[in-house]
Design a protein around this ligand. Sequence first.
Ligand SMILES: Cc1cc2nc3c(=O)[nH]c(=O)nc-3n(C[C@H](O)[C@H](O)[C@H](O)COP(=O)(O)OP(=O)(O)OC[C@H]3O[C@@H](n4cnc5c(N)ncnc54)[C@H](O)[C@@H]3O)c2cc1C
Length: 366
Amino acid sequence: MSDVLVVGGGVIGLTIAYELSGRGAKVTVVDSGRPGREASWAGAGMLPPGKIQPDQHPGHWLRACSAERWPKFSDQLRELTGVDNGYRNSGGLEVRFAEQAADLQREITFWRAEGVEIETLDRQQLLQFEQRISPKLDAGYHLPGFAQVRNPRQLQALMAACASQGVQLLHGTPVIGWEREGERIVAARTGQGIQPADQFCITAGAWSRGLLDEFDIQPEIEPVRGQIVLLNMHRPSFRHVIQIGSRYLVPRPDGRILIGSTEEWVGFDRRTTAEGVRDLINFALSIVPSLVDVEVERTWAGLRPGSPDGLPYLGLIPQTSNLFLAAGHFRNGLQMSPATAFLIAELMDGKPAPVDLSALSPTRHG
Ligand SMILES: Cc1cc2nc3c(=O)[nH]c(=O)nc-3n(C[C@H](O)[C@H](O)[C@H](O)COP(=O)(O)OP(=O)(O)OC[C@H]3O[C@@H](n4cnc5c(N)ncnc54)[C@H](O)[C@@H]3O)c2cc1C
């Protein structure tokens, strides 16, 4: 029997399985399909910087703690598996056209208050940073600590690392209910039979809510579609991740450029659409006009596990003594995965959380 059964093999479930198996636990991960093929595969892999601060909001703590862990975490995965996840510090530029610049100062103040290295840029300085960007961009800032990871490779590395630490990964095994004895969950009912364990963690991304029907809580986790257009220049393009709010360009060293992303509440619909693709391409050309004749390699969409406040639900499910939830990371599941896994492992080990988790409580929305 497993010590821990992890339900869902996306980046959150696999990182938790890696952390727990590294601490000596016998872990099984069950996935209804193939692990690592849903939102975690579809994401852009942007990893913003962060500095842990006393009394930090737990959402900022998850980002900051993860940012501090990513370099060593990536080295460990490479040493263990030989897979290079593509983690690199590319730096990030947040930019604005003249009519959009109003909210920049608030963001700059926020990053400075957290102690993150930041450099403000005027129009000329922006062009010195990235010569290809539109001269109409008026202002921005540079975050030298902004990093990125090739998320499909990160998932490949996690699966290999989990396997090397003895984690059992079961494909095509949807959890459909729970076997309970009082407050204790004794097994998960799956499409392939019963999976008993001492502790359980739901990490089923956008599908997590359906696994909680028989409990008294309903965290508001909903699928939020994000479309991506992938360009390929076949040679290195620009260096920095370039963002305007929730829209971005992520350049890979091999000449590929991800344009992301839409935010659409359309249920479990993974299609890419003419409107979504048009908006993303228009956005990209407004920032880097010379991309106009670059090849479109492919498009895709993923279903983020959205929550009303954009924050994950982390912790023990009430009226159970051994069922945990780690889901609802919305736009930030890749970046927050190392700290999420650390936190859940600490809670499962019976240790106190390093931050006040009430703002992330599974019961905060009813
Ligand atoms: C276009 C796009 C761009 C993004 N960009 C970024 C980014 O740059 N940086 C960032 O940090 N985040 C980004 N994200 C968000 C990030 O991808 C998600 O927050 C993260 O992947 C969520 O991980 P997860 O493991 O919770 O969910 P998922 O990756 O969706 O995994 C959930 C897993 O659970 C399985 N499952 C479902 N139901 C069951 C069941 N009943 N039984 C067993 N298994 C089940 C599924 O098959 C799936 O494998 C992006 C997302 C999208 C869509």
